[in-house]
Design a protein around this ligand. Structure first.
Ligand SMILES: [Zn+2]
Length: 140
């Protein structure tokens, strides 16, 4: 235990929680399920939830989930200390935010901007032929 890295009044876990909150907007999360099969019979014998965490520095870590809560992480910090790391805290934030983990239900359809754009730029076959003829004239 090094005393030089300890900031008075803040525990290492508190610092990690703060770092997780600070880096959270730049992190990306991908939920997945890992299924296990019996080696001999090939029968499914269990599964775990995981969350891939892509850090802003380009690293990817795997946070394992227990009852939809982070329980471990593959990063060196978590493995060395055996305690919760910032990925674990960030995953918890990701899982508890309103739109996660299930995709939000589709809201009542409204005319989408892209459709209006498409309608405006769609050509009639006549317009298309006229344009192609014009293009050809320019290039011939
Ligand atoms: Zn971690």
């Amino acid at each position: 235990m090094s005393k030089t890295t300890t900031i008075p009044g803040k525990s290492p876990d508190q610092l990690r929680r703060e770092r997780a909150a600070a880096e959270f907007p730049a992190m990306r999360f991908q939920l997945a399920t890992v299924k296990f099969r019996d080696r001999e019979t090939g029968e499914p014998c269990g599964q775990i939830g995981i969350c891939y965490v892509f850090s802003p520095s380009g690293e990817m870590y795997t946070v394992t989930l227990k009852q939809n809560k982070p329980s471990g992480c593959s990063c060196p910090d978590a493995r060395r200390r055996g305690a919760r790391c910032k990925h674990s805290y960030a995953t918890e934030q990701f899982l508890t935010q309103p739109q996660a983990p299930a995709p939000a239900p589709t809201p009542t359809p409204r005319p989408a901007p892209i459709q209006r754009w498409a309608a405006r730029t769609l050509e009639t076959p006549e317009e298309r032929d006229a344009r192609i003829t014009k293009d050809r004239e320019l290039w011939d």
